[in-house]
Design a protein around this ligand. Structure first.
Ligand SMILES: Nc1ncnc2c1ncn2[C@@H]1O[C@H](COP(=O)(O)OP(=O)(O)OP(=O)(O)O)[C@@H](O)[C@H]1O
Length: 529
């Protein structure tokens, strides 16, 4: 245990103060091996007692003092689990009193006070003390004349008060240590929860394009290089940037986000680099910029392609030199920030057109991650849908999946808004149809339905191979299944809609096994629409 962190504990500060005033003695701590770290560092507070002061100041004296403390330590070790104070006479025949410190039942050392007499010294005792000091610090003999009278005396009742105080202090240290560990554990579990939240596993995708993204993320997470993430809106650029941050060495430092297209040039400059008081109308006081907030951490600069040429120069300077000038400032500031930039634009093309600085492009394009649009990774749709159904599932909702027709439509849609659009759609479907086990296609947004099936009507997935009767049966089964979900299992209504008799429908339902697993309360066979 590191005693340093308890030095400022209120109880310890008070205890030091009280024992100095009352008895002119000092508080020390020996660790679980009986070592006094302060002494070893030559860092002892000189006790007012001249004998101890000169003894601790001389090599041989220090050795003997340490030895005396170690004897007390051995006593604590021998008296296993003793929670009371013990005394011991040191090499000068003065006394040491110590109280053992146990943290979660483990012996961790003891707090002690040394260098006092337990009864007033007799004239002969002074001579004995001087005799012992002659070996240790011969040069101090003159100074030690008459010092015996200044040795603090703690008789029975005083000593028992001091012991009580020491015992109280070790209990307080033990409590504080337990509390500190509890806090550390909470912080650690919060940190790991946070990094779990952004582990790569939370980024869903099995397609080849996404596997390539994961491979690169793995490589860059542990480096410090600038990363450029390219991808259309909603493809997960920020999610990927966060995952890189939370899986790298800066994970316990800030992750700061700024969208460069969100502000005009002046506001963006002040947001990024801060400003000094009076640098423009309304700048009433100094304000830190986000680069300073992100110091030691990661800065995610979204839509970096929208930065003006003037700001591009400032960004280049931060990237190259780690310095910048706040708006209106005269002294440059230094920061250590990892930059992850993102854009949906083709920066290479912008460089050719003279809209983006070439030097900045090369500086941020060290490692490029290309996030594919959803329409190019349709293989990922089922896992993404499943992920969002779980992510947005609320208590009381029963939905476990989407009807095949709904899946077919989602698969055929072009997803201009990418994963964000898909996530919003699933969230919406859960609100509208969450109480159904299977969410039917007619709950899909009309925007999506109309794009895929312009005239309305059922979506029939293209099927250009296999036996005709199998295809017909599969379509029939699908239409009946969807009809049951849509009419909430009202078979009379569905038979009318399909243009077949009710008994024929019942036969087909049984043949296709669609009567199994009808959600409770939804078998409305007898109910007429
Ligand atoms: N692969 C993925 N797996 C799971 N969720 C994802 C994935 N990609 C994106 N998302 C989710 O989609 C939403 C949009 O992602 P994000 O904000 O990271 O996209 P973006 O590319 O930064 O968008 P924009 O450019 O518009 O800011 C977020 O809710 C995110 O959690």
């Amino acid at each position: 245990m590191d005693f340093e962190k308890h030095q400022n504990l209120h109880t310890i500060v008070m205890l030091r103060d009280v024992i100095r005033k009352w008895w002119q003695v000092e508080l020390s701590f020996a660790d679980r091996n009986g070592l006094v770290h302060d002494w070893q560092r030559g860092d002892f507070i000189p006790p007012p007692n001249d004998f101890c002061r000169h003894s601790l100041g001389a090599r041989e004296g220090m050795r003997r003092c340490a030895q005396s403390v170690r004897v007390l330590h051995e006593k604590f070790k021998a008296a296993k689990n003793l929670r009371r104070s013990l005394f011991h006479d040191c090499h000068l025949r003065l006394s040491i009193v110590g109280a053992p410190l146990y943290i979660r039942n483990e012996y961790e050392g003891f707090l002690f006070v040394e260098g006092f007499a337990r009864q007033p010294l007799m004239p002969g005792d002074g001579q004995v003390l001087l005799g012992k000091m002659r070996d240790i610090a011969p040069g101090a003999m003159l100074e030690l004349e008459g010092a015996a009278e200044r040795v603090p005396v703690l008789d029975g009742s005083e000593l028992s008060k001091l012991s009580d105080l020491l015992e109280f202090a070790v209990t307080e240290i033990a409590n504080q240590e337990v509390e500190l560990t509890r806090k550390e554990e909470t912080i650690q579990s919060m940190a790991s929860e946070l990094s779990n939240r952004y582990r790569f596993e939370k980024i869903i995708g099995r397609s080849g394009a996404m596997n390539e993204v994961f491979r690169l993320m793995e490589k860059v997470a542990h480096s410090d290089s600038t990363v450029l993430i390219n991808g259309e809106s909603g493809t997960g650029k920020e999610l990927v940037a966060r995952a890189i941050h939370h899986n790298g060495p800066r994970k316990d430092k800030p992750f700061v986000v700024q969208n460069c297209s969100a502000f005009n040039d002046n506001l963006l400059e002040s947001a990024l680099f801060g400003h000094t008081r009076g640098s423009f109308t309304g700048a009433l006081k100094d304000k830190k910029g986000l680069f300073e907030v992100a110091d030691q951490g990661t800065f995610f600069l979204d839509e970096v392609g929208d930065m003006s040429p003037a700001l591009q120069v400032k960004l280049l300077r931060v990237l190259q030199e780690g310095t910048f000038l706040p708006v209106g400032g005269t002294h440059s500031r230094e920061v250590d920030v990892r930059v992850i930039a993102a854009t949906h634009k083709d920066l290479g093309e912008m460089v050719k057109r003279g809209e983006f600085r070439e030097d900045l492009f090369y500086r941020i394009n060290v490692i490029r991650l290309q996030l594919p649009p959803l329409r190019e990774r349709k293989d990922d749709l089922p896992v993404l849908i499943d992920h969002f159904l779980r992510k947005h599932h609320r208590e009381g909702q029963r939905a476990r999946g989407l009807a095949p027709e709904a899946l077919g439509i989602l698969g055929a849609y072009a997803w201009p808004g990418n994963i964000r659009e898909l996530e919003n759609e699933i969230e919406r479907l859960l609100v509208l149809g969450g109480e159904l086990e299977v969410i039917p296609a007619d709950l899909l947004s009309s925007r999506i339905r109309d794009a895929v099936v312009p005239g309305g009507g059922p979506f029939i997935a293209p099927r250009a191979h296999g036996k005709l009767h199998e295809a017909v049966e599969s379509l029939e089964k699908e239409m009946i299944h969807q009809g049951l979900v849509r009419t909430r299992y009202n078979k009379s209504r569905l038979s009318r809609e399909l243009g077949i008799s009710r008994s024929n429908l019942l036969l087909k339902i049984s043949r296709y096994g669609l009567d199994k697993g009808i959600p409770e309360g939804l078998d409305t066979e007898e109910v007429e629409a």
